[in-house]
Design a protein around this ligand. Structure first.
Ligand code: ING
Length: 311
Protein backbone atom coordinates (compact mmCIF):
# COMPACT_ATOMS: atom_id res chain seq x y z
CA UNK A 1 0.00 0.00 0.00
CA UNK A 2 1.75 3.22 -1.17
CA UNK A 3 1.83 6.27 1.05
CA UNK A 4 0.18 9.23 -0.64
CA UNK A 5 0.07 12.88 0.45
CA UNK A 6 -1.20 15.95 -1.37
CA UNK A 7 1.51 18.57 -1.90
CA UNK A 8 0.85 22.05 -3.22
CA UNK A 9 3.11 24.67 -4.77
CA UNK A 10 1.95 28.26 -4.39
CA UNK A 11 3.35 30.29 -7.25
CA UNK A 12 3.33 34.05 -6.80
CA UNK A 13 2.83 36.63 -9.46
CA UNK A 14 4.84 39.84 -9.28
CA UNK A 15 5.49 41.65 -5.99
CA UNK A 16 6.19 45.28 -6.75
CA UNK A 17 8.63 47.57 -4.96
CA UNK A 18 5.80 49.49 -3.30
CA UNK A 19 3.66 46.50 -2.32
CA UNK A 20 3.34 46.16 1.45
CA UNK A 21 4.38 42.95 3.23
CA UNK A 22 0.92 42.78 4.74
CA UNK A 23 -0.72 42.75 1.29
CA UNK A 24 1.80 40.20 0.06
CA UNK A 25 1.31 37.91 3.06
CA UNK A 26 -2.45 38.17 2.50
CA UNK A 27 -1.88 36.73 -0.99
CA UNK A 28 0.13 33.85 0.49
CA UNK A 29 -2.70 33.19 2.94
CA UNK A 30 -5.25 33.11 0.13
CA UNK A 31 -3.21 30.47 -1.65
CA UNK A 32 -2.78 28.56 1.59
CA UNK A 33 -6.57 28.53 1.89
CA UNK A 34 -6.86 27.17 -1.66
CA UNK A 35 -4.24 24.51 -0.99
CA UNK A 36 -6.16 23.53 2.13
CA UNK A 37 -9.30 23.19 0.04
CA UNK A 38 -7.44 20.73 -2.15
CA UNK A 39 -6.42 18.62 0.83
CA UNK A 40 -2.77 19.65 0.76
CA UNK A 41 -0.67 18.78 3.79
CA UNK A 42 2.42 20.66 2.59
CA UNK A 43 2.79 23.90 0.61
CA UNK A 44 5.90 25.39 -1.02
CA UNK A 45 6.13 29.17 -1.36
CA UNK A 46 8.77 31.01 -3.45
CA UNK A 47 12.18 32.44 -2.68
CA UNK A 48 12.05 35.95 -1.10
CA UNK A 49 8.28 35.55 -0.97
CA UNK A 50 7.52 38.66 1.08
CA UNK A 51 9.09 41.27 -1.18
CA UNK A 52 10.02 42.14 -4.72
CA UNK A 53 13.28 40.64 -5.97
CA UNK A 54 15.26 43.59 -4.59
CA UNK A 55 18.76 42.27 -5.54
CA UNK A 56 18.04 43.70 -9.00
CA UNK A 57 18.49 47.19 -7.54
CA UNK A 58 21.65 49.04 -6.45
CA UNK A 59 21.58 50.24 -2.85
CA UNK A 60 24.56 51.47 -0.86
CA UNK A 61 23.08 52.26 2.54
CA UNK A 62 21.52 49.43 4.62
CA UNK A 63 18.94 51.99 5.72
CA UNK A 64 17.66 51.81 2.11
CA UNK A 65 17.35 48.03 1.92
CA UNK A 66 16.84 46.85 5.49
CA UNK A 67 13.09 47.03 4.89
CA UNK A 68 13.26 43.96 2.67
CA UNK A 69 14.56 41.73 5.49
CA UNK A 70 12.82 39.82 8.31
CA UNK A 71 14.12 39.64 11.87
CA UNK A 72 13.00 36.85 14.18
CA UNK A 73 11.17 33.68 13.15
CA UNK A 74 8.34 34.07 12.66
CA UNK A 75 8.90 37.74 11.97
CA UNK A 76 5.94 40.07 12.68
CA UNK A 77 4.93 40.05 9.00
CA UNK A 78 4.97 36.23 8.89
CA UNK A 79 2.80 35.61 11.97
CA UNK A 80 -0.62 35.61 10.22
CA UNK A 81 0.66 33.03 7.71
CA UNK A 82 2.15 30.82 10.43
CA UNK A 83 -1.08 31.02 12.42
CA UNK A 84 -3.28 30.09 9.46
CA UNK A 85 -1.04 27.18 8.47
CA UNK A 86 -1.19 25.81 12.01
CA UNK A 87 -4.96 26.16 11.99
CA UNK A 88 -5.13 24.18 8.75
CA UNK A 89 -2.53 21.64 9.87
CA UNK A 90 -0.39 22.43 6.84
CA UNK A 91 3.41 22.34 6.76
CA UNK A 92 5.22 24.76 4.49
CA UNK A 93 8.46 26.04 2.95
CA UNK A 94 8.83 29.84 2.90
CA UNK A 95 11.65 31.84 1.35
CA UNK A 96 12.58 35.21 2.86
CA UNK A 97 15.43 37.68 3.37
CA UNK A 98 16.86 36.99 6.84
CA UNK A 99 18.64 39.59 8.97
CA UNK A 100 20.18 38.78 12.36
CA UNK A 101 22.69 40.34 14.72
CA UNK A 102 25.23 38.00 16.34
CA UNK A 103 27.93 39.29 18.69
CA UNK A 104 27.15 42.78 17.48
CA UNK A 105 27.67 41.83 13.84
CA UNK A 106 24.80 42.10 11.32
CA UNK A 107 24.32 39.08 9.05
CA UNK A 108 22.03 38.86 6.04
CA UNK A 109 21.05 35.65 4.25
CA UNK A 110 18.71 34.50 1.49
CA UNK A 111 16.87 31.97 3.64
CA UNK A 112 14.09 29.39 3.62
CA UNK A 113 12.30 27.93 6.61
CA UNK A 114 10.52 24.57 6.90
CA UNK A 115 7.53 24.46 9.26
CA UNK A 116 5.72 21.22 10.16
CA UNK A 117 1.94 20.73 9.86
CA UNK A 118 1.73 21.22 13.65
CA UNK A 119 3.47 24.61 13.37
CA UNK A 120 6.91 23.47 14.61
CA UNK A 121 9.87 25.20 12.97
CA UNK A 122 11.85 22.18 11.69
CA UNK A 123 14.78 24.27 10.52
CA UNK A 124 16.23 26.79 8.11
CA UNK A 125 18.40 26.73 5.03
CA UNK A 126 20.58 29.67 3.88
CA UNK A 127 21.27 29.93 0.16
CA UNK A 128 24.74 28.71 -0.74
CA UNK A 129 24.98 29.35 -4.49
CA UNK A 130 24.59 33.14 -4.79
CA UNK A 131 24.53 34.16 -8.47
CA UNK A 132 25.49 37.52 -9.92
CA UNK A 133 27.91 40.05 -8.46
CA UNK A 134 28.71 42.04 -5.34
CA UNK A 135 29.28 45.26 -7.22
CA UNK A 136 27.00 46.75 -9.90
CA UNK A 137 27.84 46.02 -13.53
CA UNK A 138 26.32 49.37 -14.51
CA UNK A 139 23.31 48.15 -16.50
CA UNK A 140 20.02 48.40 -14.56
CA UNK A 141 18.43 45.81 -16.88
CA UNK A 142 21.03 43.24 -15.91
CA UNK A 143 21.96 43.84 -12.28
CA UNK A 144 21.84 40.75 -10.12
CA UNK A 145 23.39 41.64 -6.75
CA UNK A 146 22.73 38.70 -4.45
CA UNK A 147 26.44 38.66 -3.50
CA UNK A 148 25.96 42.26 -2.34
CA UNK A 149 22.95 41.70 -0.11
CA UNK A 150 23.51 38.17 1.23
CA UNK A 151 26.32 36.18 2.79
CA UNK A 152 26.94 32.64 1.55
CA UNK A 153 24.77 30.27 3.59
CA UNK A 154 26.47 28.77 6.66
CA UNK A 155 24.14 25.83 7.35
CA UNK A 156 25.19 23.42 4.62
CA UNK A 157 22.37 21.39 3.03
CA UNK A 158 20.40 20.06 6.01
CA UNK A 159 17.75 17.33 5.73
CA UNK A 160 14.71 17.28 8.01
CA UNK A 161 12.65 14.29 9.17
CA UNK A 162 8.92 14.83 8.51
CA UNK A 163 5.80 12.67 8.44
CA UNK A 164 6.07 12.71 4.63
CA UNK A 165 9.66 11.51 4.72
CA UNK A 166 13.08 13.16 4.82
CA UNK A 167 12.95 16.64 3.25
CA UNK A 168 15.69 18.90 1.94
CA UNK A 169 15.50 22.57 1.00
CA UNK A 170 17.40 24.70 -1.46
CA UNK A 171 16.89 28.07 -3.17
CA UNK A 172 16.78 29.08 -6.82
CA UNK A 173 20.33 29.07 -8.25
CA UNK A 174 21.13 26.06 -6.01
CA UNK A 175 18.98 23.95 -8.35
CA UNK A 176 21.47 24.45 -11.19
CA UNK A 177 24.22 22.69 -9.21
CA UNK A 178 23.83 18.90 -9.00
CA UNK A 179 26.00 18.91 -5.86
CA UNK A 180 23.06 20.52 -4.05
CA UNK A 181 20.68 17.61 -4.53
CA UNK A 182 23.20 14.79 -4.33
CA UNK A 183 24.42 16.09 -0.97
CA UNK A 184 20.88 16.13 0.39
CA UNK A 185 20.08 12.73 -1.15
CA UNK A 186 23.19 11.27 0.47
CA UNK A 187 21.73 12.55 3.73
CA UNK A 188 18.52 10.67 2.98
CA UNK A 189 16.31 13.37 1.44
CA UNK A 190 13.45 11.95 -0.62
CA UNK A 191 11.63 15.27 -1.15
CA UNK A 192 13.29 18.49 -2.31
CA UNK A 193 11.53 21.83 -1.83
CA UNK A 194 12.71 25.07 -3.41
CA UNK A 195 11.57 28.56 -4.31
CA UNK A 196 13.00 30.66 -7.13
CA UNK A 197 12.98 34.14 -8.67
CA UNK A 198 14.49 33.67 -12.14
CA UNK A 199 14.78 36.70 -14.41
CA UNK A 200 13.73 36.15 -17.99
CA UNK A 201 16.84 38.03 -19.14
CA UNK A 202 19.57 39.43 -16.88
CA UNK A 203 22.65 37.72 -15.42
CA UNK A 204 25.27 39.02 -17.82
CA UNK A 205 24.47 36.84 -20.83
CA UNK A 206 21.61 37.56 -23.17
CA UNK A 207 20.60 34.02 -24.02
CA UNK A 208 17.41 33.22 -25.98
CA UNK A 209 14.48 33.58 -23.60
CA UNK A 210 13.15 30.04 -24.10
CA UNK A 211 16.35 28.66 -22.56
CA UNK A 212 15.44 30.06 -19.12
CA UNK A 213 12.43 27.75 -18.92
CA UNK A 214 14.35 24.89 -20.52
CA UNK A 215 17.27 25.05 -18.06
CA UNK A 216 14.85 25.44 -15.15
CA UNK A 217 12.91 22.33 -16.13
CA UNK A 218 16.09 20.40 -17.00
CA UNK A 219 17.54 21.16 -13.57
CA UNK A 220 14.41 20.01 -11.71
CA UNK A 221 13.82 16.84 -13.72
CA UNK A 222 17.47 15.78 -13.57
CA UNK A 223 17.59 16.36 -9.82
CA UNK A 224 14.43 14.34 -9.28
CA UNK A 225 15.48 11.33 -11.36
CA UNK A 226 19.16 11.25 -10.39
CA UNK A 227 18.24 11.17 -6.72
CA UNK A 228 14.93 9.28 -6.85
CA UNK A 229 13.14 12.16 -5.11
CA UNK A 230 10.10 14.39 -5.49
CA UNK A 231 10.90 18.01 -6.41
CA UNK A 232 8.52 20.88 -5.64
CA UNK A 233 9.48 24.28 -7.06
CA UNK A 234 7.64 27.56 -6.53
CA UNK A 235 8.27 30.66 -8.66
CA UNK A 236 7.73 34.28 -7.94
CA UNK A 237 7.23 35.45 -11.52
CA UNK A 238 5.75 37.89 -13.97
CA UNK A 239 6.82 41.48 -14.41
CA UNK A 240 7.90 43.17 -11.17
CA UNK A 241 8.00 46.89 -11.97
CA UNK A 242 8.89 45.98 -15.53
CA UNK A 243 11.47 43.29 -14.73
CA UNK A 244 10.22 39.95 -16.07
CA UNK A 245 10.73 36.62 -14.30
CA UNK A 246 9.82 33.12 -15.51
CA UNK A 247 6.97 31.05 -14.11
CA UNK A 248 6.93 27.30 -14.59
CA UNK A 249 6.29 26.29 -10.97
CA UNK A 250 6.33 22.51 -10.97
CA UNK A 251 5.95 19.25 -9.10
CA UNK A 252 8.33 16.62 -10.49
CA UNK A 253 8.13 12.92 -9.64
CA UNK A 254 11.17 10.78 -8.74
CA UNK A 255 10.96 9.33 -12.26
CA UNK A 256 11.95 12.77 -13.54
CA UNK A 257 8.52 13.56 -14.98
CA UNK A 258 6.85 16.90 -14.38
CA UNK A 259 3.41 15.81 -13.12
CA UNK A 260 1.90 19.29 -12.88
CA UNK A 261 3.05 22.82 -13.59
CA UNK A 262 1.69 26.35 -13.44
CA UNK A 263 0.32 27.85 -16.64
CA UNK A 264 0.19 31.51 -15.64
CA UNK A 265 2.62 34.13 -14.35
CA UNK A 266 0.31 35.06 -11.49
CA UNK A 267 -0.66 33.72 -8.08
CA UNK A 268 -1.50 30.12 -8.90
CA UNK A 269 -1.75 26.99 -6.77
CA UNK A 270 -0.80 23.66 -8.28
CA UNK A 271 -1.14 20.39 -6.40
CA UNK A 272 -0.63 16.67 -6.75
CA UNK A 273 -1.37 13.57 -4.68
CA UNK A 274 2.20 12.31 -4.46
CA UNK A 275 3.04 8.63 -4.03
CA UNK A 276 5.84 8.98 -1.50
CA UNK A 277 7.11 5.46 -2.23
CA UNK A 278 7.48 6.03 -5.99
CA UNK A 279 11.21 6.80 -5.76
CA UNK A 280 12.03 3.69 -3.73
CA UNK A 281 12.67 1.46 -6.78
CA UNK A 282 14.99 4.08 -8.29
CA UNK A 283 16.98 4.43 -5.06
CA UNK A 284 17.11 0.60 -4.84
CA UNK A 285 18.27 0.08 -8.44
CA UNK A 286 19.82 2.54 -10.85
CA UNK A 287 20.66 5.11 -8.14
CA UNK A 288 21.49 2.73 -5.35
CA UNK A 289 24.26 4.97 -4.01
CA UNK A 290 25.77 2.35 -1.69
CA UNK A 291 26.04 -0.19 -4.51
CA UNK A 292 27.15 1.95 -7.42
CA UNK A 293 28.87 5.18 -6.36
CA UNK A 294 32.68 5.32 -6.52
CA UNK A 295 33.65 8.37 -4.44
CA UNK A 296 37.31 7.42 -4.60
CA UNK A 297 37.25 8.87 -8.12
CA UNK A 298 35.18 11.99 -7.33
CA UNK A 299 37.98 13.96 -5.65
CA UNK A 300 37.78 17.10 -7.83
CA UNK A 301 34.15 17.64 -6.83
CA UNK A 302 35.04 18.66 -3.27
CA UNK A 303 38.80 19.05 -3.66
CA UNK A 304 38.80 22.04 -5.97
CA UNK A 305 36.69 25.09 -6.87
CA UNK A 306 37.36 25.73 -10.56
CA UNK A 307 38.88 23.73 -13.39
CA UNK A 308 42.41 22.38 -12.84
CA UNK A 309 43.96 20.73 -15.90
CA UNK A 310 46.46 17.90 -15.47
CA UNK A 311 49.99 19.13 -16.41
N1 ING B 1 17.99 33.64 -9.87
C1 ING B 1 18.48 33.03 -11.05
C2 ING B 1 18.51 31.51 -11.02
O1 ING B 1 19.51 30.87 -10.77
C3 ING B 1 20.12 33.06 -12.86
C4 ING B 1 19.81 33.59 -11.48
C5 ING B 1 19.26 33.28 -13.92
C6 ING B 1 21.27 32.32 -13.04
C7 ING B 1 19.55 32.75 -15.19
C8 ING B 1 21.59 31.79 -14.31
C9 ING B 1 20.73 32.01 -15.40
O2 ING B 1 17.47 30.96 -11.33
C10 ING B 1 18.31 33.43 -8.57
N2 ING B 1 17.63 34.15 -7.67
O3 ING B 1 19.15 32.61 -8.23
Amino acid sequence: MSRKQVFAVAQMGPVHLNDTKEATVARLMEMLQEAHGRGARWVVFPELALTTFFPRYVYDDPAEYDRFYEEGLPSPAMIPLFDLARTFGIGFYLGYAEKLVENGIVHRFNTSVLVSPTGEILGKYRKIHLPGTKDPIGDPEFEHLEKRYFEVGDMGFPVFKTDAGPMGMCICNDRRWPETFRTMALRGAQIFMLGYNTPTRNIHHNEPVHLREHHHRLSLESAAYQNGAWVMAAAKCGSEDGFAMIGGSSIVSPTGETVTRAVTEEDEVISYNCDLDLGAYIRRSVFNFAKHRRPEFYGPITGQVGVEMDP
